[in-house]
Ligand binder design. Sequence first.
Ligand code: NAD
Length: 476
Amino acid sequence: MEHCLKFYIDGEWVAPAVPRVMDLLDPATEKLKGRVALGSAQDVDRAVDAATAAFESFQNTSREERLALFDRIITAFRARQEDVGRAVTRDLGTPTWFASGYQTSMSLDHFIEARRLLETYPFEFHLDGNVIRREAFGVCGLITAWNWPGQLITSKVAPALAAGCCIVLKPSEFAPNTAVLLAEILHAAGVPRGVFNLVLGDGPGVGAAISAHPRIDLISFTGSKPAGVAITRAAAETVKAVHLELGGKSANIILPDADLAAAVADGVHRSFINSGQSCIAPTRMLVHESRMADAVGIARETAMNVTVGDPFDPKTRLGPVANAAQYERVQTMIQAGIDDGATLVCGGLGRPQGIERGYFVRPTVFSDVTPRMRIAQQEIFGPVLSIMSYRDEDDAICIANGTTYGLAGYVFSADLRSAARVATRLKAGRIFLNGSPTNPRAPFGGYKQSGNGREWGVFGLETFLEVKAVLGQLTV
Ligand code: NAD
């Protein structure tokens, strides 16, 4: 049994001010797997007190002191790396190959990248005889989703610490294990007390208290649009900086000259990875009308070969979705695809054959999807791919840009110049050409209703820095 019943505040594990717990079910078996404490505004107050007190000195630590801190964090993380992978699988039900591999390495990468930036980042420069400084923003409230339970946290915590900020973190109530483990790692690394604080809980109890807290200066949020809007409203009263990383419905434009087999297979895998629970998943595959039949055949074969099952079995490629609400949401969207007249190529409603329990979804491909259908417009967050046809490049770009989202885009072409030309016309924050891998130094964030911030690399660091102009300093 997992028990995440204490909070990490001011360098210690403490009991919640008001006892309240939520049961956690194993997504693969639907059996009780543990409990998580749900905090309250009193716990947030206590964490903010600790962070405020610690900020006085932490903001003034030298570059060398912070570099030494990052060295200790990276060492402590590596010592617990296998535990992080297991915690991700326990939290999410994502298979071990992905949890212990990519999910864990990405979590570590943000600390490595923040350390690299710290070595040379110019916190101060001169302008017309004046000094322009970038200073730690202050006490930061970090609120995260469950789908990448380590990486979403470290992509905020690492730059915040590098900037000299103090932190109150509220991870998703559905994925507390990874957050607790990260707190243990930071404690083992000797992060000064009060600099990092963890309060577990839900949106109404803890998230809302963080959003409205008068002594929190900045909110960095990853999650759904409704929660992002609620946080922005609550934060407006105290004029906080609010950075939002929200959902996506990313288009994958396969140009007529592309290697179809490679492009379609890559698109299917990227849509299904993490059971489709990735904000940048390329869930709308746009194929030229002349190549539709071939593309659908390749997608069907690729999807049918995905092994679904026990996330702890090394043969499994696809685990369950994370919780009952997510399972119901995905089923509703599959039904919407059927009702709206899309062609079900493979998968569909219910669990995969031979699986009786758990939140397992059949890897599902729809074709003949048209732009106004719900499965072409709304984020599903499950292993469901929509294949759509286009007439020409303008039509493809119009369809790709025709949602309220703008997180990522994908383009395949035999001619890199054509792919790059399409990339310039996509309204999205991160474009992958020809299946290129991700990069933790390149900025991550959305256009339109996918968000208003940028994370990762130097863009992530600058999120946590305020700008000050000291006029006349160099002339007196
Ligand atoms: P969610 O919005 O339900 O929850 C996210 C976090 O916000 C949780 O910690 C939750 O407790 C908290 N929360 C909920 N309501 C709140 C409120 N009113 N005030 C303050 N906090 C509140 O999202 P989720 O279901 O955990 O995650 C799925 C969503 O996250 C998807 O839309 C996905 O696309 C998005 N996401 C975006 C990115 C990105 O970087 N753009 C990355 C991962 C996930």
